[in-house]
Design a protein. Structure first.
Length: 161
């Protein structure tokens, strides 16, 4: 398929994600990778419109409507690169040849304001097992039911195994 860059229509990944919308950001937890992502308003708007039906040029127009400022398509491509890097898109973004890649610094120089950049901040989150705390009270080692805490019962508290 020979799409022009502005007609590229990305699709957001939905499976294995827990999404929570806050007043000015979107939190996305990837259960498969145990990684949490915080999308600022611009990145969230772009990700929400990655529906396989909205083109990069349409996303640029939508962002322009919301922010009341012109939005360079490079801003959209920058966000798509971040979303793809964090596995939040179904497919890796294959940038068409006519669209050059800009660094964050080059993008800021081009558009002027760092706050205008769609940003995805990510952190690894522990698995449930790794986050379990051995604070359960016990009488005998056999009563410690928290996974990983079967090391014995010392002073009435389960110990790591």
């Amino acid at each position: 398929m020979n799409e022009r860059a502005s007609e590229f229509m990305p699709r957001a990944r939905k499976d294995g994600l827990v999404v929570r919308e806050l007043s000015d950001e979107l939190l996305v937890y990837d259960r498969e990778r145990n990684k949490a992502h915080c999308l600022n308003q611009r990145a969230a708007l772009i990700w929400k419109h990655c529906d396989g039906l909205t083109s990069v040029s349409q996303m640029s127009a939508l962002l322009h409507e919301r922010t009341e400022a012109p939005v360079d398509e490079q801003v959209i491509w920058y966000a798509l690169d971040q979303l793809a890097k964090d596995y939040l898109l179904e497919k890796r973004v294959k940038r068409p040849a006519e669209v050059g890649r800009l660094s964050r610094r080059e993008l800021i120089q081009r558009i002027g304001v760092a706050a205008s950049i769609p940003l995805v901040a990510s952190v690894f989150a522990p698995t449930v097992f790794a986050a379990a705390s051995c604070t359960q009270t016990c009488v005998l080692p056999a009563t410690c039911s928290v996974p990983g805490c079967q090391g014995g019962c010392v002073s009435g508290i389960c110990q790591p195994g």
